[in-house]
Design a protein around this ligand. Structure first.
Ligand code: SF4
Length: 238
């Protein structure tokens, strides 16, 4: 029995976009970033999450194992899961005891010395790189990207498989210079299995209104298929 509890926003039992195969997705509550395009604005404040014990979640996940097939598993996302390292470590440890694939979807904003044993039980990291330029990153997310780059290098040095994900926002994260810089950074990492370009959309804007805040990217157009195609070409993934 584990007494550790996590503050969680919500669950999605049959997710298909956050990692390989069919995923049971856990949205953790709390995030230290302030991304202007955040599509999960309601996951930001840590104190609003409902507390769940690790064992309850593992038991819940086990009911869905049959749907996960050989590629699927559990993805922990948010919010920012690395705000609750102790909980995620215990959760992943128990999931691995049950042979369930574990994926961590994160902004990578963490001091690597705080990771403890987490990566021992993590099969895959989905690392969201928001911007390569320090000042642009600060403007977009409210924090520096230095820790995030160090985290990526740490994953690479320790042989942890990762998928790099990048949200393409017209006029903000789509310049050729930035995408080339991202491409060259990815080339320095040894364990990148996949690079995903996620076109910016405005589906999360209503959540800002529910939180009684103005949506910061009002008026910024969504990324088109052509925009995504162009970015993929520069990143040399298509
Ligand atoms: S890291 Fe994710 S959850 Fe946190 S503010 Fe940015 S987009 Fe929102």
């Amino acid at each position: 029995m584990s007494e550790i509890k996590g503050r969680i926003h919500s669950f999605e039992s049959l997710g298909a976009v956050d990692g390989p195969g069919v995923r049971y997705v856990i949205f953790m509550q709390g995030c230290p970033l302030r991304c202007k395009y955040c599509h999960n604005r309601d996951t930001r404040e840590y104190s609003l999450g409902k507390k769940y014990p690790v064992d309850d979640i593992v038991n819940q996940v086990k009911r869905y194992v049959a749907y996960m097939g050989k590629d699927g598993g559990v993805t922990v996302t948010g919010g920012e899961p690395l705000l609750q390292i102790e909980f995620v470590t215990e959760l992943f440890k128990k999931l691995k005891e049950n042979n369930i694939h574990t994926a961590l979807d994160t902004s990578g904003f963490v001091n690597t010395e705080k990771l403890g044993d987490l990566l021992k039980y993590t099969d895959l990291v989905l690392l969201d790189i928001k911007h390569m330029d320090l000042n642009e990153h600060l403007k977009l997310t409210g924090v520096s990207n230095e820790k995030i780059k160090l985290f990526a290098k740490y994953l690479s040095d320790n042989g942890i498989p990762m998928w790099i994900r990048h949200v393409l926002v017209p006029g903000i994260t789509d310049s050729e210079e930035h995408l080339i810089s991202l491409r060259e950074f990815i080339k320095t990492l040894k364990t990148v299995e996949k690079v995903e370009v996620l076109g910016y959309h405005t589906l999360g804007a209503s959540k800002w209104e529910l939180c009684e805040e103005d949506y910061p990217l009002k008026g910024v157009p969504e990324a088109t298929k052509e925009d995504v195609k162009r970015a993929k070409k520069i990143l040399e993934i298509e």
